[in-house]
Design a protein around this ligand. Structure first.
Ligand code: C2E
Ligand code: CA
Ligand code: CA
Length: 555
C-alpha cells in the first residue's frame, strides 16, 4: 500500500526515470544566464555532450549546419505563453522534435525533446510537430464553438514534386519541417496551425489576428537554404471566413471550402496566387484580378523580356542565330518561364502585344549586336508567333516597320510558325507567309513532327528553316523510330533546300549523331539554355573569337 502510494506521488526521481525510459528529455532555457539545461533521456537521444547544461551557442553549434537556424529560432525569446516546436537534427544525435513554452515573458522556456516517432500516430505530424489533418479539424471544431469571427486559411506549397526531384525526399522534408516551424512561429497563441497534407498547411485564426492569409504567406515564402541550395518557396492560398458560436459551420466543411479556394487560386492563373472562397468561385476572384494586374503591369514595367538561346552550327560550333524566348523577370519570383504565364496572357488577350514586343525588342537587340560585331555577318534572331498570330491584321506592317526601323538585312528576322497554325487554313496561310517573306522576314516551321503537315503543302510553302521537335531529338539515341524520323526529316529538309535545326540537343553524342545524318544546326542545353541578352552577347563573342564565322546561307 505504502509502496503504491509512493510510486503514484510526484517524485522527481521517478519522473526523470520515466522520462529516460520513454526516450524523452526535459529542457529549460534561461536566456539571461545563457544556460540550457537538459535532463532525462539525454544519453539515448545522443544529447549527452550538452547535458546537464550548456550555452545557447554550444547548443546551436551541435545542430547540423542546415538546422542551425532552427536551433537559434528555438532559443529566441518570446512572450509568455507562446509555444514553439521545431524538428532538429544534431550531430551524432537522434532527430528530435523539440517543443516548449515560454514562461514569465521571455525569461525562461521549458519543454521536452523526444524522438520524432513519439509524436507520430497521435495527433501531430511527425515531420513538423504540427497538428495533423484529423486533429486540426477536431481542434477547429472546438474553437469554432466559441462566438467570434474566424478565418481558416490553407496554403499549398507550389512545385513540391519538383522540389522532391531536385533535392531528394530527405532534403525536401527538411524544407517542409522548416516551413512548419516558421508557420508555428508566425501566429500568436489562440491560432491553430497545422500540416494537413503532404504539401498543405492550414491555420484557423481567431478575431485578433490581422490578415492571416498575408501572415501565412509571409511566413512560408521567405527564402531558405537547405543543404547548400537556396530555396524560394511559393504558396497558393485559399481562405474562408467563418462565424463561431452554436451555429458555426462544420470545421471539415470550412476546410473543404478553403481547399477549393486554393484550387481556384491555382487554376485562376499561375501558382503563387491567392483566392477567397466565394469570390474565387464566383467568376472573378480578387486575386485573379490582382494577378492580371500584375501581368499587365509586367508589360508596362518592361519585366517581360526576351532571353536568347543560341542556334549553333553542328559542324563548327559557330553561332548562326538566336531564338528569342519570353521570360518574366518577376521582382519577387525571379525569372519565370513562359509556360507559367503564357496561358494567362493568352486568356487576357495579351498575346498580340507580347508578340510585337518580342519581335521589336529582339530585332533591336540583333541590330545592336550586328553593329558591334560586324563579323557576325548572317546572324539571325528567331521569334515565335503564337497561335493565330499569323492571321493578325497588321502583322505584315509591323514586320516591315521593324525591319525598316532597325535596318536589319533581309532574312535576319525569322518568324517561327507551328504546323498546326498553318494546317488550320493552309491556303490562307500560304498567302500570309508569302507576304511576310516579301516583307523581308525569313520563316521557320517550328516543332516539326508533332503535327500532321501534309508534305505536299510543305513543299509549296515558302519556309527557309525546319525545326525538328525536341521530342524526336531527345529519343533518337535510344529509340530507333525517332532516329528514323529525324533521319528522314533531315533528308526531306535538304531535298527542299531548307535549313534544318534540331531542337533539344542536350549532349555532344546527340550533336554528332545529328551531324552524321546531315543536320545543319542544333539548339539545346548542350550548347546553352536561353540566355539574358548580355550573356548571349558574351556567347556570341566567344564564338566569333574562336575564329568561326557563322556559316549560313539564306535562300
Ligand atoms: P519552343 O518554341 O519549342 O521553344 C523551345 C523550348 O525548348 C524553350 O522552352 C527552350 O528553353 C527549350 N529548350 C531548349 N533547349 C532545350 C534542351 O536541350 N532540352 C529541353 N528539354 N528543352 C530545351 P521555353 O523557353 O520554356 O519555351 C517554351 C515554349 O513557350 C516555346 O516552345 C514556345 O512555344 C513558347 N514561347 C516562348 N517564348 C515565346 C514568345 O515570345 N512568344 C510565343 N508566342 N511563344 C513563346
Ligand atoms: Ca520556337
Ligand atoms: Ca520548338
Amino acid at each position: 500500500m505504502s509502496d503504491r502510494s509512493r510510486s503514484l506521488a510526484w517524485d522527481p526521481t521517478t519522473a526523470l526515470e520515466a522520462l529516460a525510459a520513454a526516450d524523452v528529455a526535459l529542457w529549460t532555457w534561461t536566456p539571461s544566464e545563457d544556460r540550457l539545461r537538459l535532463t532525462g533521456a539525454t544519453r539515448s537521444l545522443g544529447l549527452g555532450p550538452l547535458a546537464p547544461e550548456c550555452t545557447g551557442a554550444a547548443f546551436a553549434a551541435l545542430a547540423m549546419p542546415q538546422d542551425r537556424a532552427l536551433a537559434e529560432h528555438l532559443l529566441k525569446s518570446r512572450d509568455e505563453g507562446e509555444e514553439i516546436t521545431v524538428r532538429l537534427r544534431m550531430r551524432g544525435a537522434e532527430t528530435c522534435i523539440w517543443r516548449g513554452v515560454w514562461l514569465e515573458d521571455g525569461l525562461r522556456a521549458a519543454g521536452v525533446a523526444a524522438l520524432e516517432v513519439k509524436f507520430a500516430g497521435s495527433d501531430t505530424d511527425a515531420l513538423t510537430g504540427l497538428l495533423d489533418r484529423r486533429a486540426f479539424v477536431q481542434r477547429a471544431r472546438e474553437a469554432l464553438a466559441q462566438p467570434g469571427d474566424y478565418e481558416l486559411v490553407v496554403a499549398d506549397l507550389d512545385r513540391l514534386r519538383r522540389l522532391n526531384e531536385a533535392l531528394g525526399h530527405e532534403r525536401a522534408d527538411l524544407v517542409l519541417a522548416a516551413l512548419g516551424s516558421r508557420l508555428a512561429a508566425a501566429f500568436p497563441k489562440g491560432a491553430i496551425p497545422a500540416r494537413i497534407g503532404e504539401d498543405e498547411f492550414a491555420v484557423l485564426a481567431p478575431d485578433g489576428v490581422a490578415k492571416p492569409a498575408d501572415r501565412l504567406r509571409a511566413a512560408l515564402e521567405q527564402p531558405l537554404r537547405v543543404a547548400g541550395f537556396d530555396i524560394y518557396p511559393t504558396v497558393s492560398i485559399g481562405a474562408v471566413k467563418a462565424e463561431g458560436g452554436p451555429d458555426a459551420a462544420e470545421a471539415a466543411e470550412l476546410l473543404r471550402r478553403a481547399e477549393l479556394a486554393v484550387e481556384a487560386a491555382k487554376t485562376g492563373g499561375q501558382r503563387g496566387g491567392a483566392a477567397d472562397y466565394g469570390r474565387a468561385l464566383e467568376s472573378d476572384s480578387l486575386s485573379r484580378l490582382a494577378m492580371e494586374a500584375d501581368l499587365r503591369n509586367a508589360f508596362a514595367k518592361g519585366e517581360i523580356v526576351p532571353f536568347y538561346q543560341p542556334i549553333v552550327s553542328l559542324e563548327t560550333g559557330a553561332v548562326a542565330g538566336f531564338e528569342a524566348l519570353a521570360r518574366w523577370r518577376h521582382p519577387r519570383k525571379g525569372i519565370v518561364p513562359p509556360d507559367e504565364f503564357l496561358t494567362l496572357a493568352q486568356e487576357m488577350g495579351l498575346m498580340d502585344d507580347l508578340g510585337l514586343h518580342m519581335m521589336q525588342t529582339s530585332a533591336r537587340q540583333l541590330a545592336e549586336w550586328l553593329h558591334r560585331h560586324p563579323t557576325a555577318g548572317a546572324l539571325f534572331v528567331s521569334v515565335n508567333l503564337s497561335t493565330g498570330e499569323i492571321e493578325r491584321d497588321g502583322l505584315m506592317q509591323d514586320v516591315s516597320r521593324i525591319l525598316k526601323e532597325t535596318g536589319l538585312p533581309k532574312g535576319a528576322l525569322k518568324l517561327e510558325v507551328t504546323e498546326s497554325d498553318i494546317m488550320r487554313d493552309p491556303d490562307r496561310a500560304a498567302v500570309i507567309l508569302k507576304a511576310l517573306k516579301d516583307a523581308g522576314a525569313s520563316l521557320a516551321l517550328d516543332d516539326f513532327g508533332t503535327g500532321f503537315s501534309s508534305l505536299s503543302y510543305l513543299a509549296r510553302l515558302p519556309f527557309d528553316t525546319l525545326k525538328i521537335d525536341r521530342y524526336f531529338v531527345r529519343t533518337m539515341g535510344s529509340d530507333d523510330g525517332s532516329a528514323k524520323i529525324v533521319r528522314s526529316v533531315v533528308a526531306l529538309g535538304r531535298d527542299l533546300s531548307l535549313e534544318v535545326v534540331a531542337e533539344g540537343v542536350e549532349n555532344a553524342a546527340l550533336a554528332r549523331q545529328l551531324l552524321s545524318v546531315g543536320c545543319h544546326y542544333g539548339q539545346g542545353f548542350g550548347y546553352a539554355p536561353a540566355l539574358a541578352a548580355q550573356e548571349a552577347e558574351v556567347y556570341l563573342n566567344e564564338s566569333l573569337a574562336d575564329g568561326f564565322a557563322p556559316i549560313k546561307s539564306r535562300g
